[in-house]
Write a protein of this length. Structure first.
Length: 141
């Protein structure tokens, strides 16, 4: 019974293959849409409007390149004052800081340990609140 069904299936498959239409193929040809890459110039307006619609960036024009000299002067003056103030604060806090000597400094929630070694100067910064630790190595000359 199973042999007969198997023969019928093979016969039906061969008959189906024999009666099927012949396969045809065609060449696939790529034609670009973008006029910059050889596409039709008629597509230019459509592609440009489509790109502008999708563009989320809003150009503010050339105003962003104009700078106010008075504002630049004010910003520069602020930077210089803050830089001088920070230098004075560090000088008051640490005095003449010598990185060649071992030392430990307490800066509120941070502890800074300076250790000179053979490979250079190791600076370990420890955050007392979070327990995070960073190590900075300054190579020796």
């Amino acid at each position: 019974m199973f042999v007969r069904a198997g023969r019928m299936l093979v016969l039906a498959t061969l008959l189906g293959l024999g009666l099927s239409a012949s396969a045809q193929a065609q060449d696939l040809v790529y034609t670009p849409k973008n006029p910059a890459f050889g596409g039709s110039p008629v597509n230019y307006q459509w592609m440009l409007s489509s790109a502008k619609t999708q563009n989320a960036f809003q150009d503010s024009g050339r105003d962003r390149f104009r700078r106010d000299p008075l504002e630049d002067f004010e910003n520069g003056l602020q930077r210089q004052i803050l830089s001088q103030l920070s230098r004075e604060l560090v000088s008051d806090r640490f005095g003449n800081l010598n990185l060649q000597e071992q030392g430990s400094y307490d800066l509120g929630e941070f502890t800074v340990d300076i250790t000179p070694g053979l490979d250079g100067i190791n600076i370990k910064v420890f955050n007392k609140l979070t327990g995070d630790e960073s190590t900075i190595t300054i190579p020796g000359f």
